[in-house]
Design a protein around this ligand. Structure first.
Ligand code: KIV
Length: 279
């Protein structure tokens, strides 16, 4: 599939819905690409899903670059690198250096940052330096504890108003799309109708310009915590466990490897050196 450009993505506002899914390695990137996903997000959900952290907070720049580079090797699709916690909050100079690694070392096409007006200076600097930025508002996992945990955001008029203002500030600062996580569908509709760039929902209802999910969630491969907004399209965990248990059982019983999975060609074993060194 032809890689989307930033103008292609912006043009999809109000038109054909955009699709984005997460990948952290080349093999999943290849699968998503061959299934025709528009954008691949190397999310910092990497921390929970693959690295065994309790949250996304411990994820480092080096970890993100390692996995984003692997994704790039598996696909020529549009890849977004998620900037980890504290990689864009310290200084604008630091932000540009860290974001630059996603483009120069990992070959990403854009970066994603969580937050509202407090990150707009960083967004402006990145866009001015030629690095496209995707915003992320609503439930922002890197600062979830300040938001009261993993909860629906924008439920009352004041916080809904703030989210609309956040989206407008990001669009004004130059983001090309905004992820909206865990907000009421009617608020997502109002925001979508009031910003010029596409909105990409996750737990934000049907009115967004696109949708994103964590791939391992929709495949039923990560059962530690699955948010209620996730639709499981298949439940692979039991099938994976059954296959692994069958392998173990067959190895122990001696039924694997059988002849079909062995090289049963003639070899002159009589000439081999034996344990005591005699030919
Ligand atoms: O890290 C991630 O996977 C994300 C998505 C949930 C949007 O930010």
């Amino acid at each position: 599939m032809k890689k989307l450009t930033i103008p292609d993505i912006i043009k999809r506002k109000g038109g054909e819905k955009l699709t984005m899914l997460t990948a952290y390695d080349a093999s999943f990137a290849r699968l998503l690409d061959s299934a025709g996903v528009d954008m691949i997000l190397v999310g910092d959900s990497l921390g929970n899903v693959l690295l065994g952290y309790e949250s996304t907070v411990p994820v480092t720049m080096d970890e993100m670059i390692h996995h984003a580079s692997a994704v790039r090797r598996g696909t020529s699709a549009f890849v977004v690198g998620d900037m980890p916690f504290l990689s864009y909050q310290v200084s604008v100079q630091d932000t540009i250096k860290n974001a630059g690694r996603f483009f120069k070392e990992a070959g990403c096409d854009a970066v994603k940052l969580e937050g509202g007006p407090e990150i707009c200076e960083a967004v402006r600097a990145l866009v001015a330096a030629g690095m496209p930025v995707m915003g992320h508002i609503g439930l922002t996992p890197q600062t979830a504890s300040s938001l009261g945990g993993y909860k629906v955001q924008g439920k009352d008029a004041k916080s809904a108003q703030k989210l609309l203002a956040d989206a407008r500030a990001l669009a004004e600062a130059g983001v090309f799309a905004i992820v909206m996580e865990c907000i009421p569908d009617k608020l997502a509709k109002v925001i979508t109708e009031n910003v010029a760039v596409p909105t990409i929902g996750i737990g934000a209802g049907v009115f967004c310009d696109g949708q994103v999910l964590v791939t391992h969630d929709l495949l039923g491969m990560f059962d530690k915590f699955v948010p209620s907004f996730v639709k499981g399209y298949v439940n692979l965990s039991p099938q994976i466990k059954d296959a692994i248990a069958a392998f173990s059982q067959e190895v122990k019983s001696g039924s694997f490897p059988d002849e079909k999975h062995s090289f049963t060609i003639q070899v002159d074993v009589d000439q081999l050196v034996t344990d005591d060194g005699d030919a």
